[in-house]
Design a protein around this ligand. Structure first.
Ligand code: FE2
Length: 324
């Protein structure tokens, strides 16, 4: 069975094509403006549809008529962006008379990670621009065991980069400064319960840039942010008694964050997994895989069910594809 999945929750418009056994194609094009203007990003996605879709079909070496199921990111995300993938998927579904499945973007990150790394029942640390969540399966749902109370860790990093005068995107420069900078103590460490907040940390780190220097302030900022999410993740692992950690999302590419996760896992005798970068960042293949998974386990949607949900929570989805 072949599923074509469409992703457009934020910056990236992606088309993935998968079977039960492999990823046949995973093509994308991203809106590259600083920050994100939802309408401009949606315009970018609308203009990218034809090109990205053709590239994906060519890469998979199939015709559009070979597709058996079409899926799309139904949420969470930015309304104007989400509606591009939904509209595309509805068009394909109607044109080919094939089933359509709208899937939860955050859960797709988790499932493509399980599929491709062999992790069975992990606690997932999902770190991206817009999202920062600790997710684990319990009692028929993916539950959130901690999340950001304000911005995602990636957005915080971008805001810092913009204010500090770094080029956009700034993650390479940030990773380099994290590697070579000197840690300065004293920034706020804001973990509340098992949730975390980055806005106060960001404000103080920008002050630190003026008082010390950019390199050391960047190092100190990111050490704090990573330590906060890794501490909360460890607590979720202890609480759920799970022995696997899956790190995913665009920020999963950070070498220092990977190192901290790896150290934490080693210390507690847990296994640590990171999917391929092309499957960590927002992508169509994860949406295709999630669509296929849900379709094969009985998920059916009418067109009326395909309305996007901007604030669709991870824990609102019935996980019909897992037994335990
Ligand atoms: Fe994402």
């Amino acid at each position: 069975m072949i599923c074509l999945g469409i992703e457009s929750t934020a910056h990236t418009f992606g088309v993935g094509i998968v079977t039960e056994n492999e990823v046949l194609a995973n093509e994308s094009d991203s809106y590259s403006g600083e920050g994100i203007h939802p309408r401009e990003a949606a315009d970018h996605h609308a203009e990218s549809v034809g090109c990205v879709l053709r590239k994906a079909l060519k890469k998979a070496d199939i015709e559009i008529a070979d597709v058996n199921v079409v899926s799309f990111s139904k949420g969470p995300g930015l309304g104007p962006c989400l509606r591009i993938a939904a509209t595309c998927a509805r068009t394909i579904s109607l044109r080919l008379s094939i089933p359509i499945v709208g899937v939860n973007h955050c859960i797709a990150h988790v499932e493509v990670g399980r599929w491709t790394t062999g992790a069975l029942d992990p606690v997932t640390l999902y770190v991206s621009g817009g999202n920062t969540q600790i997710i684990a399966y319990a009692g028929g749902r993916y539950r959130v065991f901690g999340e950001t109370l304000d911005v995602g860790i990636g957005n915080m990093q971008d805001m810092f980069g913009r204010e500090a005068g770094l080029s956009f995107p700034c993650y390479r420069e940030v990773d380099e400064m994290v590697r070579t900078g000197v840690y300065i103590p004293g920034l706020p460490y804001t973990v509340k319960g098992n949730d975390f907040s980055f806005s106060g940390l960001l404000t103080q780190a920008l002050k630190m840039v003026r008082e010390y220097n950019l390199r050391d302030a960047t190092k100190s900022l990111m050490e704090h942010a990573y330590a906060m999410v890794v501490e909360a993740t460890e607590r979720a692992m202890a609480h759920t008694e799970k022995t696997e950690l899956l790190l995913t999302g665009g920020v999963a590419a950070s070498p220092r964050l990977q190192e901290m996760c790896d150290t934490m896992c080693q210390e507690r005798g847990a296994s640590f997994f990171v999917p391929l970068q092309s499957l960590c960042r927002d992508n169509g293949a994860m949406i295709a895989y999630q669509g296929l998974l849900e379709y094969c386990h009985g998920r059916r949607m009418n067109l009326e069910d395909t309305v996007v949900i901007q604030k669709w929570r991870t824990d609102e989805v019935d996980v019909i594809w897992r037994q335990m």
